[in-house]
Design a protein around this ligand. Structure first.
Ligand SMILES: *Cc1c(COP(=O)(O)O)cnc(C)c1O
Length: 411
């Protein structure tokens, strides 16, 4: 058995090896090394960044505006605000809602720690809810049992790109007057009942970290179906000055209407974002093809209990990765399986290495009973995340399935 610490090291190594791969073209013909994630940077992307560098406007310029417009066109609505990361977007959302000490916020136990950090940073209290085993998403049936008169908001995540049933969330929120924030970091291209995620709640937060669907190096976006919400947050994101750089008639002259932060995106990042957005349809198509091929191949392996996926055609998955949950008797071998796959050149990862209430800070502070997040623990401890990114093809998927089958049979 590996200790918790060793488990954490394992996933850090996976992330480092993700990053090592940040080079140009898609090289699966040359090598059978299959990295978990690899940013897809082509000549158009490089040219877009160079153009900004050849000009003189590196921030506060037209590229961020252009990227925001292109992004909201892609998701089909809302007002978009570019930010420095998804974490920054989530923090801005928590501040905008006005969360404060004493407020409670419903949040899934199984998510990236950023979703919960945003609540913690403003002094509010996260109230963890377990997830469903089939999708990894928050178990909506349990939300109402956790709501008290202190509850102010629901923060949720679309797990690995699988949408949450947002109409159900919104009706709970409406009845109790709660705000809804969607962590869409893995959910570009995720659609529920015909509407892109991020447009259902009050605010949606996206990430452009290198191994996500598209990248700007670091970077994020925040969208809102309510224009005033987006405008107010955009203002706060840039020191709460009363006019943007281009709106200043006399250079250097502006006023400040409140406290604020600097969570802006740079023009180089936005230029990369513009050229990456154009590739999203192709990226999503390749991911879907890879996912379906791998899911089909894994369905023949008895040591795999199930693959997390959308439950119904109303739920359109963006296929960030494929999370395979091992059958109960094989779960104890999970880390061994990951190490053997890695040794054979197949990058894999764990989403997420522990439920958030089990991570040291949250464990020490809230002492949540493990009974409260049993399904989340099952996914953290008993599943592996396999790559389906656009740097891979269907042959790679067959190779992953064959290798995994061999490893599982030799345990
Ligand atoms: C990656 C990720 C984040 C953090 O995104 P950054 O842009 O690195 O801040 C937040 N939430 C989820 C679900 C993620 O996967």
């Amino acid at each position: 058995m590996l200790t918790l610490n060793e488990k954490t090291n394992l996933s850090e190594k996976a992330i480092l090896s993700d990053q090592k791969a940040s080079c140009s073209e898609i090289p699966h013909e040359i090598s059978r090394e299959i990295p978990f994630g690899r940013p897809w940077i082509d000549e158009a992307d490089k040219q877009a960044v160079l153009e900004v560098l050849n000009g003189h406007v590196l921030t506060h310029g037209p590229k961020c505006k252009e990227f925001e417009t292109k992004f909201s066109n892609f998701v089909g609505g809302g007002t978009a605000v570019s930010t420095s990361s998804c974490m920054a977007s989530l923090h801005l959302a928590a501040l905008h809602i006005g969360l404060k000490p004493g407020d409670e916020v419903i949040v899934p136990a199984q998510t990236h720690v950023a979703t919960v950090h945003a609540i913690e940073l403003v002094g509010a209290t996260p109230v963890f809810v377990d997830c469903e085993l089939r999708t990894g998403n928050i178990d909506i049936a349990q939300i109402e049992t956790k709501i008290t008169n202190k509850t102010k908001a629901i923060f949720l995540v679309h797990y690995a790109g699988i949408p949450v049933a947002m109409d159900k969330i919104n009706s709970i929120a409406k009845a109790r007057n709660l705000k809804v924030v969607e962590d869409c970091a893995l959910a570009i291209g995720t659609i529920y009942k015909g509407k892109h995620v991020g447009l259902w709640g009050d605010v949606g937060c996206f990430s452009f970290y290198p191994v996500k669907h598209m990248t700007t190096g670091e970077g994020g976006m925040l969208i809102s179906k309510d224009e005033k919400t987006a405008r107010d947050i955009a203002h706060f994101r840039a020191f709460s000055v009363d006019r943007t750089f281009s709106e200043r008639k006399i250079p250097g002259v502006y006023d400040v209407t409140g406290v604020g932060l600097n969570y802006r995106m740079s023009e180089m990042q936005a230029a990369l974002g513009c050229s990456q957005v154009a590739k999203l349809p192709e990226i999503l198509e390749r991911r879907k093809r890879n996912f379906l091929r791998l899911k089909e191949a894994l369905s023949k392996i008895p040591q795999i209990d199930h693959v997390l996926d959308s439950p119904h055609p109303d739920f359109i998955n963006s296929h960030y990765c494929l999370i395979a949950v091992l059958s109960e008797e094989n779960q104890k071998n999970r880390n061994d399986v990951i190490m053997q796959l890695t040794e054979q050149g197949i990058g894999c990862s764990v989403y997420y290495p522990q439920p958030v209430p089990r991570m040291k800070y949250y464990r020490d502070k809230y002492k949540t009973s493990p009974e409260e997040y049993k399904n989340a623990s099952c996914i953290s401890d008993g599943s592996l995340a396999l790559p389906v990114g656009p740097h891979l093809n269907e042959e790679d998927m067959s190779l992953i399935a064959r290798t995994l089958n061999k490893i599982l049979n030799q345990l």
